[in-house]
Design a protein around this ligand. Structure first.
Ligand code: ATP
Length: 318
């Protein structure tokens, strides 16, 4: 059917273009990047009757990316992933995303989805949500469905609260349960050092255990946006705050230790991402970030040096 390249026991279809009978090239397969996100700020503003919390958060796409390959098939949706903690088949969020796409567009099609995981799983970096967004955007191209970004966000919201942001990506403020998005001026090109501790944090647990008291540092979101707008890395980093840190760091004091280590290594500021446990710092320039990264990686196995990036669909670059 299509050529298969074997990588560590994982079947990965190559880029395929098929010539239509009338001589027109038609896209049969696409390989795109699904980037992770960090939260520059996260505030919980309320709780809805259905149990969902409402947020006010600034999200930023970064350059740690999963590789998603979509191949047109008859009517079936199948999903394979090379990571042992990520389910294949209909347990994967990408299956849900593809199903929602075909339902919304009424296209009678199918897709084989392969995921090469580079984003740490269950780390507060929206790996699953970004994969789902990549599937919706990729299918829109592959099947020439002509969906608008707003329509893709609506489909995405059926799969998860972070998916609409991952459809838009870049730098955004998200309110409601994540569906009310405002695109902010680009904050791309900022160096990030990120640490993923070895323990797991359940997103549901973190939200359920959040209690607002005098010890919780609330982000001043409007002020933060002013500094993002003027690309003031130092003041942005100094004002980053995440209310869920009060929950996660109470159970896992290592979070505070990592924050301090990142700050001591030269970051302008450091904060936990999402419900954790990932912690990151922002740096004024590449040199400072590289020096810090070389120090941090000595102590923490899962350390990353990344860049903030803009939104948009990006073909995978090897
Ligand atoms: P968020 O920041 O949106 O809360 P997260 O980064 O904490 O998400 P994910 O990496 O998205 O967490 O994974 C959460 C769970 O979802 C995992 O336990 C995993 O088994 C499951 N999952 C289903 N599909 C995927 C996928 N495509 N990628 C990653 N995890 C997936």
């Amino acid at each position: 059917m299509f050529p298969i390249k074997r990588q560590a026991g994982f079947a990965l279809p190559m880029q395929v273009r098929k010539r239509k009978p009338e001589g027109v090239w038609c896209l049969e397969q696409i390989t795109i990047a699904a980037p992770a996100k960090i939260n520059l700020s996260l505030d919980i503003t309320g709780k809805l009757e259905n149990g969902y919390h409402t947020l006010d958060t600034i999200m930023q796409t970064i350059s740690i990316e999963d590789k998603i390959t979509l191949t047109k098939t008859g009517r079936e949706i199948s999903v394979f992933c090379d990571h042992p903690q990520v389910p294949a088949g209909d347990g994967n969020i990408c299956h849900k995303a593809a199903q929602a796409f075909f339902e919304k567009t009424a296209i009678e099609g199918g897709v084989l989805i392969t995921i090469e995981k580079n984003i740490p799983v269950g780390a507060g970096l929206a790996g699953g949500s970004s994969d789902a967004a990549a599937v919706i955007k990729g299918l829109n191209l592959l099947y020439k469905a002509g969906l608008t970004q707003r329509e893709m966000c609506k489909i995405g919201l059926k799969c998860g609260a972070d998916v609409p942001f991952c459809v838009v990506a870049g730098t955004c403020r998200a309110k409601g349960i994540g569906e009310k998005l405002t695109v902010l001026p680009s904050f791309a090109g900022v160096y990030v050092v990120l640490v993923v501790p070895d323990f797991f944090v359940s997103t549901a647990w973190a939200y359920e255990n959040y209690v607002l008291d005098s010890t919780v540092e609330k982000p001043r979101t409007e002020e933060l946006i002013t500094y993002i707008r003027s690309r003031d890395i130092k003041n942005t980093a100094e004002r980053m705050a995440n209310v869920l840190e009060s929950v996660t760091a109470k159970k896992h004091p290592e979070i505070r230790e990592i924050k301090n280590d990142i700050k001591k290594s030269g970051a302008c500021g450091s904060v936990m991402s999402g419900s954790g446990p990932s912690v990151f710092g922002l740096f004024e320039n590449e040199q400072k970030a590289r020096i810090a990264y070389s120090v941090i990686r000595e102590k923490y196995n899962r350390s990353y040096l990344a860049l903030t990036i803009d939104g948009g669909i990006k073909q995978w670059q090897n």
